[in-house]
Design a protein around this ligand. Structure first.
Ligand code: DAH
Length: 347
C-alpha cells in the first residue's frame, strides 16, 4: 500500500507538471483527489490494515494528498499567468501607431449663406420663425388672395396630397405671413426661412425643392422706402458696397404695389454673354431674379384681423439658392444639391 501511494504521488506530480490548461488541471484533480479518484480508492482499502499500520498509512495518504493539492495550486497559478500573458499579447494595442485621420465635415455652403443672411436681419431687429412644410391650401393660397382657379394653384405646379386639394407641400414661405399675423399684434418684424416645393424640372436655376426666406414687417407708417432700405442693406452686406441690383414693378396677389429685385449676374457681369455664347447662368438676361416683394395687401392684413387703416407692412420672399449662387459664385444650382465633396470642400 505504501508503494501504491508513493507511485500515485510520483505519477500525479508528473502529470500535473505536464498539464498546461485549466481544463487539464481540473481533469487531474478529479482523477486523483475526487470522490472516485485514485487516492480515495487507496484510502478505502485502509480497513484491511492492522491497527498499528492504519495511522501510519493514514498519515502517509494525507501527506500525499496534501502534496498533490499543493502542486495543483502551484500549476494553477503558473497556468493562469501564462493564459493572461497570451491574452495580453493577443489584445496588444500599439498606441504609437498613427491613427486613421477622420475627415471633418463643415456646414453646407448654402447654410453658411443662410446664416449670414439671418445674422444680418437679426441685427436689424428681425425675429427668426419656423413653420410647417406640409401646409393648408388656405394658408398657402386663399388667405394670400390667391383665389380658387388661379394658375399657381394648378395641380401641374403644386404637390397636393392625394386627391385632397386642401393640403399641399407649401409652394412658398409666404403662408408664414398669415401664420404670424393671425397670432401676433403689430409691431411685427420676422424672417422665416424654409423649404418649398414646386413641380419644376431641374435646370441651372430651378429645382423641385428649394429654399425661400420670407420677411414681414408690419407696423404704423411702414412704407416702400423701409422695404427698399432693408433689401439694399442686405445686398450690400452680402455682395459688397458696389453690389449691382435693380427693382422692377411686378404683380403678386398678396402685395400692392409689388416688385421684384434682381442682382447683376455674377458670371457674365451683366453682359448676358460669356465668350460669345449666351450666359447659361442668367440665360442672357444679365440679371438674376432674387426675390419678390411689396406692400402687404390690405385684404391680407384684414384676413388676419389687422386694421389696414392703422397699420401697413412690407413683405419679401427670396430664393436662398439664388442668393448663395451669387454669394459663392456658383454657376449651376444643381451643384448645391448634388452633395459632391469635391464641390463642398471648396467652401
Ligand atoms: N412668394 C412669392 C414667390 O414665391 C415671392 C414673394 C413675393 C414673397 C412678394 C413676398 C412678397 O413676401 O411680398 O414667388
Amino acid at each position: 500500500m505504501k508503494e501504491q501511494l508513493e507511485q500515485l504521488k510520483v505519477q500525479a506530480l508528473a502529470a500535473l507538471q505536464d498539464a498546461n490548461s485549466p481544463a487539464a488541471l481540473d481533469e487531474l484533480r478529479v482523477r486523483y483527489l475526487g470522490k472516485k479518484g485514485e487516492v480515495t480508492a487507496v484510502l478505502k482499502q485502509m480497513g484491511k490494515l492492522s491497527a498499528e499500520e492504519r495511522p501510519i498509512m493514514g498519515q502517509l495518504a494525507n501527506s500525499v494528498r496534501a502534496e498533490i493539492e499543493e502542486k495543483l495550486e502551484e500549476r494553477k497559478s503558473q497556468i493562469d499567468a501564462i493564459v493572461l500573458e497570451q491574452k495580453l499579447a493577443a489584445e496588444a494595442l500599439d498606441v504609437t501607431i498613427p491613427g486613421e485621420a477622420v475627415q471633418m465635415g463643415h456646414e453646407h455652403p448654402m447654410n453658411q449663406v443662410l446664416q449670414e443672411i439671418k445674422d444680418i436681419f437679426v441685427g436689424l431687429g428681425y425675429q427668426i420663425v419656423d413653420g410647417p412644410e406640409v401646409e393648408l391650401a388656405d394658408y398657402n393660397f386663399t388667405r394670400l388672395n390667391i383665389e380658387e382657379g388661379h394658375p399657381s394653384r394648378d395641380r401641374s405646379d403644386t404637390f397636393y396630397f392625394a386627391n385632397d386639394d386642401s393640403v399641399l407641400l407649401r409652394t412658398q414661405t409666404s403662408p408664414m405671413q398669415i401664420r404670424v399675423m393671425e397670432n401676433t399684434k403689430p409691431p411685427i418684424c420676422i424672417l422665416a426661412p424654409g423649404r418649398v416645393y414646386r413641380k419644376d424640372e431641374a435646370d441651372a436655376t430651378h429645382s423641385p425643392m428649394f429654399h425661400q426666406i420670407e420677411g414681414l414687417v408690419v407696423d404704423e407708417n411702414i412704407t416702400m422706402g423701409d422695404l427698399k432700405g432693408a433689401l439694399v442693406t442686405l445686398m450690400k452686406r452680402i455682395y459688397g458696397q458696389d453690389a449691382q441690383m435693380r427693382f422692377r414693378p411686378h404683380h403678386f396677389p398678396f402685395t400692392e404695389p409689388s416688385c421684384e429685385m434682381d442682382m447683376q449676374c455674377h458670371k457674365c457681369h451683366g453682359t448676358g454673354e460669356v465668350n460669345g455664347q449666351v450666359c447659361s447662368t442668367c440665360h442672357g438676361e444679365g440679371w438674376i431674379e432674387l426675390l419678390g416683394a411689396g406692400m402687404v395687401h390690405p385684404d391680407v392684413l384684414r384676413n388676419c384681423g389687422i386694421d389696414p387703416e392703422k397699420y401697413s407692412g412690407f413683405a419679401f420672399g427670396m430664393g436662398l439658392e439664388r442668393m448663395a449662387m451669387g454669394r459663392l459664385k456658383i454657376t449651376d444650382l444643381r451643384l448645391i444639391f448634388d452633395n459632391d465633396v469635391r464641390f463642398l470642400n471648396q467652401f
